[in-house]
Write a protein that binds this ligand. Structure first.
Ligand code: AHG
Ligand code: MN
Ligand code: MN
Ligand code: MN
Length: 333
């Protein structure tokens, strides 16, 4: 079978969806190009003195890595010029970024985590870029307001990630299933390698940072304990896997099934993960792949963010595994 490039795949889908526009396809094209640039930098990071921290602390209270800044700048530069956006929000930027009037503006809003799992970069472990695309509500005035950006995940028109692992992959949904593409570095194109990705109904792996155990409340402890006692269909205990890069832990969960958990704890009462640039886009992918994403008490995609950097607990993956957690939280309500 002939290789299908991501561009060909998008054009095919664009024909199938009347609401899709050339503007939207152009946006994805520039986003993918940014991902290729980031991937190239990461491949050579150990040779270019771009490992380690910048010495700065970001709006999240985290130490900024040099690669966080590089990935953020690559995305901001290219995406501001893509012509399809009116605003952007990044994990690394405190405020909403409105596209400058010197560039053409479009109807879309891009939210991104430029480099997820960046604390792994020094030890050469997978990192990724997570993105969420929203459409600006109709009937707006000139200047984009924060309220127009603070939309629930249900409103996303597309979401996905680029995973910089042994291969660089793009995993994308425009609301018609989830499709995975692998970068062929020789050709410089993402080629369709994982069409119609589906999360198994139940998995065999749980993924959580158990170092937080002493800070968890009763339902979080009970949820994790549930998986300690869980057995797979052939009587084996669930395995524990935790990369510490959400994008990599999610990618494994998407393919193999199971559950990724980041509950709230005594030090992080709202949870750690960012609703808009981490949880909502991955929740969109999870649901499109037949899985589930919850904050323990309700659907992530229905959560309306009250600010750009709102946080949330996250339980995501196979339907049965996420439902087991929701049942435990319901008993503690
Ligand atoms: P980021 O690198 O974008 O700041 O995200 C870090 C997140 C996520 O990637 C990961 O799953 C989680 O933080 C790991 O947190 P802990 O080290 O607390 O387990
Ligand atoms: Mn960070
Ligand atoms: Mn992240
Ligand atoms: Mn990040």
């Amino acid at each position: 079978m002939a290789d299908i490039t991501v561009t060909e795949h998008l054009l095919l889908h664009q024909k199938r969806t009347p609401q899709a526009t050339g503007q939207f396809t152009g946006l994805l094209y520039d986003l993918i190009l940014s991902g290729k640039s980031i991937s190239r930098r990461i491949n050579k990071a150990g040779l270019l003195d771009i490992l380690g921290g910048t010495g700065e602390v970001n709006v999240q209270g985290e130490n900024v890595q040099k690669m966080d800044t590089i990935a953020n700048r690559i995305l901001l530069y290219r995406m501001e010029r893509c012509g399809a956006l009116c605003a952007m929000s990044s994990e690394e930027e405190a405020e909403l970024i409105r596209v400058s009037p010197e560039f053409p503006r479009g109807d879309y809003i891009l939210i991104f985590d430029p480099l997820d799992g960046s604390s792994n970069i020094d030890v050469n472990i997978n990192v990724g870029t997570i993105f969420s695309i929203l459409r600006r509500p109709e009937g707006h005035s000139d200047e984009v307001t924060l309220d127009e950006v603070l939309q629930p995940g249900l409103k996303q028109v597309a979401a996905g990630y680029m995973l910089y692992g042994p291969s660089t992959m793009l995993v994308l949904s425009t609301g018609q299933g989830v499709h995975g593409f692998t970068l062929d570095p020789g050709v410089g194109e993402f080629l369709l390698s994982h069409p119609n990705m589906c999360i198994p109904e139940q998995g065999q792996i749980y993924s959580v940072n158990e170092g937080n155990w002493k800070n968890w409340d009763a339902p979080a402890r009970e949820a994790v304990n549930w998986f300690h006692g869980c057995e797979t269909s052939d009587g084996k205990p669930y395995s524990s896997r935790y990369v510490g890069a959400l994008v990599a832990d999610f990618h494994r969960t998407l393919i193999n099934g199971g559950i990724y958990m980041y509950p709230s704890d005594a030090h992080k009462p709202q949870g750690k993960l960012r609703l808009m640039c981490e949880a909502a886009p991955l929740a969109f992918l999870a649901e499109q792949a037949g899985g589930k994403a919850s904050d323990g008490r309700g659907r992530i995609l229905e959560r309306v963010p009250d600010r750009l950097h709102a946080r949330t607990p996250l339980f995501i993956g196979s339907v049965k595994d996420v439902e087991a957690v929701e049942n435990i939280y319901a008993r503690h309500a």
